[in-house]
Design a binder for this molecule. Structure first.
Ligand code: THU
Length: 168
């Protein structure tokens, strides 16, 4: 017999404008937008920036890095996280993240992390053992605020899905 379909609720805040952000949130928001100026996106002409706010108050930025061999390029979210972890493996906890995107000629628009970036974002959140709040620009200038990166991606594949050493 067929079961009742299950439903999933996804929690986030929707803010009307950056004026609704706290001063700390505004810092990471502005840093993501500023980073887009350093994107290397000669093929898509779509400039993406990501910013990570650390517990010591410093901000680490990433941008998309494209390549003539298209799949070799990397998204801004991952250059930020990989760049931080590579340069500073013992970095202070990440206490905020924001993403921004705009076409080469045009204004900032929505920036939704791709599936591969979500997977990587979750790895770093679980690695540090504390949630990373995330700000994403949505349609019509509004802002989506997630309390945790985990809220972006249910049914994830994680270290828990791998056999433990010595098992099996
Ligand atoms: N891109 C990002 O940097 N982040 C995303 O979340 C989506 C897409 C980049 C990859 C590529 O350089 C360009 O945007 C067009 O897909």
């Amino acid at each position: 017999m067929a079961r009742t379909p299950r439903q999933l609720a996804l929690a986030y805040d929707e803010l009307d404008a950056p004026t609704d952000l706290s001063p700390t949130e505004l810092r990471v928001w502005d840093a993501a937008r500023a980073a887009t100026a350093r994107a290397y996106a000669p093929y898509s002409r779509f400039f993406v920036g990501a910013a990570l706010l650390l517990a010591d108050g410093t901000v680490f930025q990433g941008t998309n890095q494209e390549n003539a061999a298209y799949p070799s390029g990397l998204c801004a979210e991952r250059t930020a996280l990989f760049g931080l972890a590579a340069a500073q493996p013992d970095h202070p906890p990440i206490v905020g993240m924001a993403v921004a995107a705009r076409p080469a000629e045009g204004d900032f628009g929505p920036a939704m992390p791709c599936g591969a970036c979500r997977q990587v974002m979750l790895e770093y959140e679980s690695r540090q053992g504390q949630p990373i709040p995330l700000l994403l620009p949505s349609r019509h200038g509004s802002i989506m605020r997630f309390a945790s990166l985990a809220d972006l991606m249910p049914f994830t594949f994680s270290a828990n899905d791998l056999p433990k050493n010595g098992e099996g």
